[in-house]
Design a protein around this ligand. Structure first.
Ligand code: CMP
Length: 138
């Protein structure tokens, strides 16, 4: 299994002041931060990042949400990173997320769900490269 995944702390969780608590839970769970930045996606960035969802009814809402304020983007390293990180964040819908998961604790709804986690090793690479130059990943 791959050793790296990509995450974003989304605008809802940044607005609510949860950056520190979420990064603490991530590192306490055995992930090493190998890239990190605060940034804001432009509309065109979000449309490209989420292009796989562009036929979905929630696409417009998703792009509006992801561009409304800053995010924190990070690349994380751990054995089995993609799968273990998805377990740590919990189900997309916080109502379905297990107790103690990041989404259970911090997400407001299926749309405003606090964090992103890559769904495959291949997408982790694509998403990390979307947000970080090679010299920003350690
Ligand atoms: P994520 O899995 O990180 O990437 C796709 C995002 O689309 C997902 O998080 C949610 O933020 C959003 N999303 C998924 N399903 C819905 C939905 N039914 N309504 C609104 N937003 C959604």
């Amino acid at each position: 299994a791959g050793k790296r995944t990509f995450t974003m702390i989304k605008p809802d969780a940044v607005e609510a002041g949860h950056i520190g608590a979420i990064l603490e839970q991530i590192t306490a769970s055995g992930f090493k931060i190998v890239a990190l930045k605060m940034t804001q996606m432009a509309t065109a960035d979000a449309q490209e990042f989420y292009a796989v969802h562009n036929e979905r009814p929630f696409f417009g809402e998703l792009v509006e949400f992801m561009t409304r304020g800053p995010i924190v983007a990070a690349v994380l390293e751990k054995e089995n990173a993609v799968e273990d990180f998805r377990a740590l964040i919990g189900a997309t819908n916080p109502e379905d997320a297990a107790d103690g998961t990041i989404r259970k604790k911090y997400a407001k709804s299926v749309g405003e769900n606090a964090v992103h986690g890559s769904d495959s090793d291949e997408n982790a690479k694509i998403e990390a490269s979307f947000h970080f130059a090679g010299r920003e990943m350690f």
